[in-house]
Design a protein around this ligand. Structure first.
Ligand code: BGC
Length: 810
């Protein structure tokens, strides 16, 4: 018998139920009697946010210093599995030093829209790249005995109404786009935990979605670890446990544990389900505590140096006209933009790290340029607000005019990249756009450096010679940018997402973020480049794009076979040469195109990538191996992955729009196209994305295969525990509650309205379902909430009585 099984056999029903919810915000419950320790879970994912205040509340400002690595958006732009693995190892070392058993991350949600407020925490618009990055991250962390919690499973692709929205997704898109990244990470790295998302998917909350949590995750992908709820994501605890949700976070001081016991005693819940959950939790605890027994420390300098290396590999050189970069070693440099001194290096919310130190470009550039070269700084814009200050602009021009080159540091202000809040548009602040225009008017040699976690519009692209997308590069981002500008580091980052010309070009634009009740993923599988390339739409910079200070030549493509059958492996060989004067690294991308498809398929799909470093003149062979799945689509009718027989192209390129080599392979498969409902006439819009977007409701409904649920807040309907507090203001009691909460938040944030945390709290308070209040106050009971709900629904006296009775009994 395993140790977990043995412990399980010795536990009472109450002890078992108790283990299934947290002791507080950050700890599991231990059981002293049995020697089961309590372990700690802490936010990440790109650093450790271990609170210094107790576990009774969330405090986003008070945490121990930790290395702030580049955010996931930046990590993905490295396309470097080994480097992400090393970041994982470093994160684990910090966990070991702080006695944290599980790091909450990485996030594997797909960037459906460039406007999602949490895109900086996610990897890519592509599921394969997302999965590979998540897998490397998890393997790195877990190699040192620390656990990860892969999140937010699934389809948490927006922040707006994230705690209640119902994501309506057709089966193909769900499988091919939104689940594949999780699947790759789960199958390839077995994270200790998977965190279910707040939202619903096709009608059910993720926290009680049997299909997602058990049938797909465990039965299909073979997942053996723990499923934990996102913080406050539990709707019905009993239903959730039966569906496969092991652990509720944070706990509710035993209230939901008692519900589990009651349900088992009443025969409404099978004790076997509870036992399974407890055994998994015990296995997790026993496994992870092993690593935490010894005292550990980590090397802050080494981690900082790693953070700088990663930020350097993550930065994407988007444009380099006339080789303006690296900077020439002569002539004065104008460095303009407040971000050069006060860097934007991470987003706001649960992932916010208190860095061990913080570099800025101004100081780092001054250290790297020769003594004879001067760097003159000007603010260029104000850090807060969006007004164009003419005096600040004039000063910027005065500094820029005589310089050999003007480096203009732009980006998104911290209030634009906040958990809980989506961006309203894709533009930079007006003051930033105005700065480029003004500086370009006095100096022809402008290089823009961007700090942001998600794409922005660049109406000034033609007026500048260089653009470096530095993303949110963590605490050493300033130094990393200096390394690239001066040529100490040769850029090798590539975009893990498309930069469209305008937000309106994005295929999800017309149905993002949806609401109030549902969000329809009408674009189906046409996410990111899958759409832009299929529709041949102009973009600012394509998926996979990124320049280097050297050039690479591709050649000698060889496919191991011209013909492939079920179960075969196709080997793809090619050679890449560094044809330029300096050492550099190239990410070679492999895409597959289904040439004759009867079902609709995107123009091409990423199925492999390799990053290689080459000395000047060096040439090396690269090899990819493709299984049948690389050619497959998800057949919703058959309920499985299928390859349609026919011809496929294997494309090797430097970006999705820079294909250098191509070869063909004929695939035969036992799969037969019988009568394919995806061919139906009403689905034609999906076969012709160039002319059919945005997709109209009937076509999506036909693809979805069921009547679309209503998206209206029905007037006169009773509110429920799931109604967001902001939607209850049509009643007197609802208005009162809303005002009370807003006032409390006003006090907490002390009038600092434009600060990220204030923005986030205000939005959370609006969108929090009534049941979520359980998380915010230690004294609330389910009974009290029922009383409040009665009052909101117009039964004032009964509600009041219930509330008073509950208060009396607690
Ligand atoms: C976030 C999670 C995070 C958790 C704990 C939630 O609101 O969605 O990503 O891990 O809080 O802070």
């Amino acid at each position: 018998m395993t140790q977990a099984k043995d412990l399980l056999a010795r536990m009472t029903l109450a002890e078992k139920a108790a283990l299934c919810s947290g002791r507080d915000f950050w700890h599991l419950k231990g059981i002293e009697r049995l020697g089961i320790p309590s372990i700690m879970l802490t936010d990440g994912p790109h650093g450790l946010r271990k609170q210094t205040v107790g576990g009774e509340r969330i405090d986003l400002h008070a945490s121990v210093p930790a290395t702030c690595f580049p955010t996931a958006a930046a990590l993905a732009a490295t396309w470097n599995r080994d480097l992400v693995y090393r970041v994982g190892e470093a994160l684990a070392e910090e966990c070991l030093a702080e006695k944290v058993a599980v790091l909450l991350g990485p996030g594997a949600n797909i960037k459906r829209s460039p406007l999602c407020g949490r895109n900086f925490e996610y990897f890519s618009e592509d599921p394969y790249l997302t999965g590979e990055m998540a897998k490397a991250h998890i393997r790195g962390v877990q190699s040192k005995g620390i656990g990860t919690a892969l999140k937010h499973y699934a389809a948490n692709n927006q922040e707006s109404r994230r705690m209640s929205i119902d994501a309506i997704i057709d089966e193909r898109a769900l499988r091919e786009i939104y689940l594949t990244g999780f699947e790759i990470a789960v199958r390839g790295a077995q994270p200790a935990a998977v965190m279910c998302a707040y939202n619903r998917v096709n009608g059910s909350y993720c926290s009680e979605h049997r299909r997602l949590l058990t049938e797909i995750l465990r039965d299909e992908w073979g997942y053996a670890g723990v499923v934990v709820s996102d913080w406050g994501a539990v709707n019905q605890r009993v239903t959730g446990l039966a569906a496969g949700l092991d652990l509720e976070m944070p706990g509710s001081r035993g209230q939901t544990d008692a519900l589990l016991v009651k349900a088992i005693e009443a025969g409404e819940l099978d004790e076997m389900d509870l036992d399974r959950a407890v055994e998994r939790l015990l296995t997790l605890t026993l496994r992870l505590t092993g690593a935490l027994t010894e005292d550990a420390s980590y090397d802050r300098d080494a981690h900082h140096a790693l953070a700088r290396q990663v930020a350097g590999e993550a930065a994407v050189l988007l444009k380099n006209e006339g080789g303006i970069l690296p900077l020439a070693a002569v002539g004065p440099i104008a460095l303009i933009g407040a971000f050069a001194r006060t860097p934007r290096y991470q987003g706001a919310g649960s992932s916010q790290i208190r860095p061990t130190r913080l570099e800025n470009l101004c100081d780092e550039l001054a250290k790297l340029v020769g003594r004879e070269q001067t760097v003159v700084y000007a603010d260029g814009y104000r850090l807060r607000g969006d007004t164009v200050d003419q005096a600040v602009l004039a000063e910027a021009c005065r500094v820029a005019a005589p310089a050999a080159v003007a480096i203009v540091c732009l980006g998104l202000p911290d209030s634009c990249e906040v958990e809980g809040v989506d961006r309203a548009h894709m533009r930079l602040p007006r003051s930033h756009d105005a700065l480029v225009a003004a500086v370009a008017g006095v100096n022809p040699n402008v290089v823009v450096v961007l700090s942001n976690g998600s794409p922005v519009e660049m109406p000034w692209e033609d007026r500048v010679k260089g653009i470096l997308e530095a993303y949110l590069g963590g605490q050493a981002g300033g130094g990393a940018i200096a390394d690239i500008l001066t040529g100490r580091v040769n850029p090798s980052g590539k975009l893990a997402e498309t930069f469209p010309l305008h937000a309106e070009d994005n295929p999800s634009y017309a149905s993002f973020p949806g609401g109030p009740k549902t969000v329809e993923y009408r674009e189906s599988v046409y996410v990111g480049y899958r759409y832009y390339d299929s529709a041949q739409r102009a973009v600012r910079f394509p998926f996979g794009h990124g320049l280097s200070y050297t050039t690479f030549q591709y050649g000698h493509l060889a496919l191991s076979a011209a013909h492939m059958e079920d179960g075969d492996l196709l080997t793809v060989d090619a050679r890449v040469k560094n044809a330029g004067p300096v050492a550099g690294a190239e990410t070679v991308q492999l895409y597959v195109r289904d040439v004759e498809a009867s079902v609709f398929r995107p123009d091409k799909e990423l199925k492999g990538f390799l990053k290689i470093s080459l000395e000047p003149g060096e040439e090396r062979g690269i090899r990819f191996e493709l299984e049948q799945r690389a050619f497959a689509f998800y057949d919703a009718n058959a309920g499985g992955w299928r390859v349609e027989p026919g011809e496929f192209e294997v494309l090797i390129g430097a970006s999705s729009r820079d294909i250098r080599l191509s070869g063909a392979v004929k695939v035969t498969s036992t799969w037969q196209v019988v009568v394919d409902p995806l061919q139906r006439r009403d689905l034609q819009p999906y076969h012709a994305p160039a002319t059919s977007f945005p997709i109209a409701r009937p076509a999506f409904e036909a693809l979805y295969g069921r009547t679309l649920p209503s998206n209206d807040l029905a007037k006169g309907d009773e509110h429920t525990l799931n109604t967001p507090i902001g939607d209850m203001t049509d009643t007197i009691a609802g208005r009162l509650l809303y005002r009370l909460i807003q006032r409390k938040i006003g006090k907490m944030t002390q009038g600092r309205h434009d600060e990220p945390m204030s923005i986030m709290l205000k939005r959370i308070a609006e969108e929090l379902p009534l049941r979520g209040m359980m998380m915010s106050s230690g004294r609330l009971t389910h009974g009290m909430l029922d009383g409040v709900l009665m009052m909101i629904n117009g039964r004032a006296w009964r509600g009041m009585r219930k509330l008073l009775m509950e208060l009396w009994h607690t």
